[in-house]
Design a protein around this ligand. Structure first.
Ligand code: NAP
Ligand code: GDD
Length: 383
């Protein structure tokens, strides 16, 4: 018999990679998707199966984390062996604009799942993974951050996730549930949402090298993040639920990098050296040099003329609109527990992640006339 998994947030970055990973492992995967006026399944379209087909291994259900009756009904119907609660309003800056909704979905949503499992008598059958976050460390109390580091959340998002973290621990201790937190540090990919900083950068740099955009505006260039690849991180989620006992794990690379250096690395993928001058809101990034051989190989000879004319010009400005009311300045995780207890090792380092994202975005921008005209949408990354 195949194991049955239920993934909330299956249409998001991690949900898509996890669904693909579990299907390859022989699982039947059920996913919760939100009703939307536009299709929101682009990231999982390559896995989609006609509902009329028998023995499907991907089945989608309409649902929302703010609706307990809906959650309870889906869990009752699916009778999952494993639940991966990945759904969330996941954008830190947006959570300052929608704090109540964020608390409802990201905080209470987790309670609704735990309580549904308990009320349905599934506490012994169903294992639960909660998508916890390095944002819990916020104003960091220890460097690097590990499972025992005290939390200090710095946004409505992180505070909602703090509730979700502790209610998961509480249900584990109170009812003996196999419920675990993965405290995941930032993880990115070509499928990352376009408003998170790494993807915003790789999209903008790809458009700039193709002559489709002049510059990009960013917020805090000195923020430091421990960035890994989402493909590696969904393997860790699965490993956490395969352990005999539930527990909480930091998943991270152990290396931290500034946003500024990520910008430099993204341009370097196209053979372009970017330097920064000035400080604070007056800091500017500009093209210092171009390695034409590397540029031609990464982007194409036909774009060389355009980039030659841009040496010395500005490509990055700071816009305080992207600053957060309270910022998380630096995150760096200590993944010792996950390495020793789960045997988890990431395959991608940061240069490999940047290369993957840049190659995918250059390809994407080249082929889509809608994007060339300045449009924003996610395309099928699996083509
Ligand atoms: P993402 O790309 O933003 O995906 C979020 C998913 O949640 C989407 O499928 C979204 O649906 C769904 N969703 C949002 N609100 C919902 C609601 N009220 N009811 C049902 N579904 C809802 O996020 P991600 O990067 O894959 O992250 C997955 C999870 O890990 C999130 O909980 C996030 O907070 C957490 N996390 C992420 C990172 C990271 O670096 N990526 C690190 C630590 C923790 P739509 O597609 O319809 O919007
Ligand atoms: N989004 C964004 N846009 N961030 C910017 C920008 C910009 O233009 N300029 C600088 N930054 C800085 C932010 O201030 C932050 O310090 C850092 O870049 C990373 O921002 P995001 O990519 O938006 O990610 P995040 O760290 O706030 O949150 C992500 O990671 C968390 C794990 O630590 C999200 O995926 C969360 O859901 C996740 O929990």
């Amino acid at each position: 018999m195949s194991k049955i998994a239920l993934i909330t947030g299956i249409t998001g970055q991690d949900g898509a990679y996890l669904a693909e990973y579990l299907i390859k492992k022989g699982y039947v995967v059920h996913g919760m998707k939100r009703r939307s006026s536009l299709f929101n399944t682009d990231r999982i379209d390559h896995l989609y199966q006609d509902p009329h087909k028998e023995n499907r291994n991907l089945i989608l259900h309409y649902g929302d984390l703010t609706d307990s009756m809906n959650i309870t009904r889906i869990i009752q119907e699916v009778q999952p062996d494993e639940i991966y609660n990945l759904a969330a309003m996941s954008h830190v800056k947006v959570s300052f604009d929608t704090p109540e909704y964020t608390a409802n979905a990201d905080g209470l949503g987790t309670l609704r799942i735990l309580e549904a499992v308990r009320l349905l008598g599934l506490t012994k059958k169903t294992r639960i993974y909660q998508a916890s976050t390095s944002e819990l460390y916020g104003l960091v109390q220890e460097v690097p951050q590990r499972e025992t580091t005290p939390f200090y959340p710095r946004s409505p998002y992180a505070v909602a996730k703090l509730y979700a973290y502790w209610i998961t621990v509480n249900y584990r201790e109170a009812y003996g549930m196999h419920a675990s937190n993965g405290i995941l540090f930032n993880h990115e990919s070509p499928m990352r949402g376009e408003t998170f900083v790494t993807r915003k950068i790789t999209r903008a740099v790809s458009r700039m090298v193709l002559g489709m955009q002049q510059k990009t505006y960013l917020g805090n260039l000195s923020a430091q993040r421990d960035w890994g690849h989402a493909k590696d991180y969904v393997r860790a989620m699965h490993l956490i639920l395969q352990q005999d006992a539930p527990s909480d794990y930091v998943i991270a690379t152990g290396i931290t990098t500034t946003v500024r250096d990520f910008v430099k690395m993204a341009f370097a993928e196209a053979g372009i050296e970017v330097a920064f001058r000035g400080t604070g809101v007056d800091e500017k990034g500009f093209i210092a040099d171009v390695d034409e051989t590397a540029f031609a190989a990464a982007v194409g000879e036909e774009y060389l003329e355009g980039i030659r004319g841009r040496i010395g010009s500005e490509v990055v400005n700071v816009d305080p609109a992207y600053f957060r009311p309270t910022e998380v300045e630096m995150l760096i995780g200590d993944p010792t527990k996950s390495r020793t207890m789960l045997g988890w090792e990431p395959e991608y380092d940061l240069p490999a992640l940047v290369k993957d994202m840049m190659q995918a975005d250059i390809k994407l921008m080249k082929k889509d006339s809608f994007l060339k005209a300045g449009g924003y949408r996610i395309l099928n990354y699996f083509e």
